[in-house]
Design a protein around this ligand. Structure first.
Ligand code: UD1
Ligand code: UDP
Length: 372
């Protein structure tokens, strides 16, 4: 049984970590279980890629592709497809694991589908029902090519059922990001550095992330968000580990230095540092799918700012997260201020028990054994 794990972007690495841990555990029992990691090269900076392999003890990728990322999504995905296919032809895996909703997720699944290799989609069934969003397209198409669909929540499972996927293909074991957090939270408390280096105080700062193309494609849109944060920074420190996409955009418009004067802007940080900042922030303000859930796991209230509704709608239903469509800096600032003064109590956890990765690999093994 040979598994191929396709990764490429930051959230793919974080979700792959607990899957690799689970595979290693099952290898003790199943001597014929092997795997290899195929990195598409979508994210390539040391602090967007290598840091996660180092901190989360993920073995270095067996294959690291070189893809031109400074181009259109179609060309990126097409280049990945060509190169992924070459590796899959030579390795002949029994199943390809594609994770999440990035272009690497789609390319990995498409390469496998064209070769008739079965696909397991980890984080299946999430929907924003918005065809203009790359991530939604990637999810829907990947789901349709997959043999096994691992939904992280009841919402994901129900979406798949409603869309007519066979019940036997759908599994709901929980969110592998929760597994990752449980695995690394204590290590993070002991070893993370940024909280201390920035001399931050618990519950006396707001943690922000900003990377979605929908929030950074125009300088006007980005300014609504960043100017609201500048106003927020008059009341409480704002820490923003900045994604390279956003950094590049601000530099292009000569705005980077201005915002650095008002906000604590730092380079992207590692996962362990991120867990600690999420835990100790008074509020998380994010356009990230992963960060909104981690804020919930770390019991920190959260604002998700985006035009479309979150695919993690349980977070809103539980009263934990507020969704904001950034229309003006005044409106965005008002929402941040309101959230800073609200004190929600967390009820329940709809994302499993922390054993999603293990149950996922167990299911994949039993599926492959059943076939042989
Ligand atoms: C991608 C995913 C998005 C995910 C995000 C996680 C798609 C369509 N989008 O968006 O779903 O939320 O990753 O972070 O797959 N860059 C660097 N160095 C890097 C990585 C990126 O400089 O290591 C710059 C490049 O200029 C690149 C730009 O960031 O063109 C955008 O990167 P890309 O991977 O296309 O999109 P993300 O916004 O990262
Ligand atoms: N993350 C990180 N360092 C950062 C920003 C984010 O380690 O500087 C982690 C974060 O903790 C979460 C994941 O990256 O586990 C989320 O990825 P991202 O926000 O890039 O993408 P999304 O989840 O929106 O697809």
């Amino acid at each position: 049984m040979k598994l191929c794990i396709v990764v490429g972007a930051r959230p793919n690495f974080i979700k792959a970590a607990p899957l690799v841990t689970a595979i290693k555990k099952f290898q003790k029992k199943h001597k014929d279980l092997t795997y290899f990691i195929l990195h598409t090269g979508q994210h390539f900076d040391v602090n967007m890629s290598d840091v996660f392999f180092d901190e989360m003890k993920i073995p270095r990728p067996d294959y690291q592709l070189d893809v031109d990322m400074g181009t259109t999504h179609g060309k990126q995905t097409g280049e990945m497809l060509i190169k992924l296919e070459e590796v899959m032809i030579s390795e002949q895996p029994d199943m390809v694991i594609s994770i999440g909703d990035t272009n690497s997720t789609l390319a990995g699944a498409l390469a496998a589908a064209k070769l008739g290799i079965p696909i397991a989609h980890v984080e299946a069934g999430l929907r924003m029902y918005a065809k203009h969003l790359a991530e939604d397209v990637n999810r829907v198409v990947t789901d349709h090519m997959s043999t096994l669909l691992f939904a992280p929540s009841a919402v994901g499972r129900k979406n798949l059922e409603r869309e007519g996927f066979p019940k036997s293909a759908i599994c709901q074991y929980g969110d592998v990001m929760y597994d990752a957090l449980l695995q690394f939270d204590k290590i993070a408390d002991k070893t993370a550095k940024v909280f201390k280096e920035l001399k931050l105080k618990k519950k006396e700062f707001v943690l922000v992330t900003m990377h979605r193309i929908e929030n950074t494609y125009s300088v006007e849109r980005a300014r609504i968000i960043l100017d609201a944060l500048v106003d927020t920074a008059k009341d409480i420190q704002v820490v923003l580990p900045l994604h390279p996409r956003t950094r590049n955009m601000l530099k292009e418009h000569s705005l980077y230095d201005y915002y650095c004067e008002h906000l604590t802007i730092i380079d992207p940080i590692g996962y362990l540092d991120m867990l600690v900042l999420e835990k100790h922030a008074k509020l998380v303000v994010t356009d990230s799918g992963g960060v909104q859930k981690e804020a919930f796991y770390q019991k920190t209230p959260c604002i998700f700012y985006f035009d479309d509704k979150t695919s993690w709608k349980e977070l809103v239903e539980l009263g934990w997260m507020t969704e904001v469509v950034p229309k003006s800096k005044e409106q965005m600032y008002k929402q941040i201020k309101k959230a800073l003064h609200a004190g929600p109590g967390r009820k329940g956890n709809p994302y499993g028990k922390g054993d999603a990765a293990e149950l996922t690999i167990k299911k994949i093994i039993s599926h492959l054994k059943g076939k042989k």
